[in-house]
Ligand binder design. Structure first.
Ligand code: FAD
Length: 140
């Protein structure tokens, strides 16, 4: 997808209030994972902080046939988080809050961008262990 200036203006207006970058060097950074093999081509990266903001982004993209690439820690090794055909990058990196801990149910409620190691560090002092323990746990 190639965006005209008018379409880009409309996108920025629709996403007003949500962090957005479209300068080439930042898009290059956010638009790829660890594969480092494909050339990044993206209209920009958006950084919602709430599920309501995610909904706003997706509603606009759905209405305007804009493809979206979700992005977490960008340590994937199968190019799933690489934007190559003008997609919008939807980074979950700002949604990194641990929302609630219920010791009686042994349940923790987290946002979609919480990093594994942060969750381990949160639970260990409480006597619990988050067992997803990848080598990339510090960023994924
Ligand atoms: C140094 C290093 C060590 C690693 N060690 C291991 C290991 O020990 N074990 C292992 O299994 N893997 C390992 N990996 C591979 C990789 O880190 C893991 O697969 C990791 O789970 C990827 O998570 P991420 O947040 O970085 O995902 P990303 O690379 O950002 O995304 C991966 C895929 O998930 C999608 N996605 C990301 N976040 C969301 C979300 N919140 N909602 C919906 N879709 C989403 C993306 O669009 C993409 O398709 C390693 C990679 C590196 C670079």
């Amino acid at each position: 997808m190639v965006f005209s200036a008018v379409e880009m203006g409309a996108l920025k207006k629709a996403l007003a209030g949500i962090e957005f970058v479209d300068n080439p060097s930042e898009v290059e950074t956010w638009g790829r994972d660890w594969t480092r093999y494909y050339k990044v081509h993206s209209i920009g990266a958006v950084f919602p902080r709430t599920t309501a903001e995610v909904s706003r982004v997706l509603a606009y993209c759905n209405s305007n046939s804009i493809e979206v690439v979700p992005s977490g820690g960008r340590t994937g090794l199968s190019a799933g988080a690489v934007a190559v055909r003008g997609e919008l990058i939807l980074s979950l990196s700002r949604m990194n809050k641990i929302l609630a801990w219920d010791p009686s149910a042994q349940c923790v409620d987290v946002e979609a961008g919480v990093v594994h190691e942060a969750l381990q560090d949160y639970l260990e002092p409480k006597g619990f262990h988050w067992p997803v323990d990848l080598a990339s746990k510090g960023s994924c």
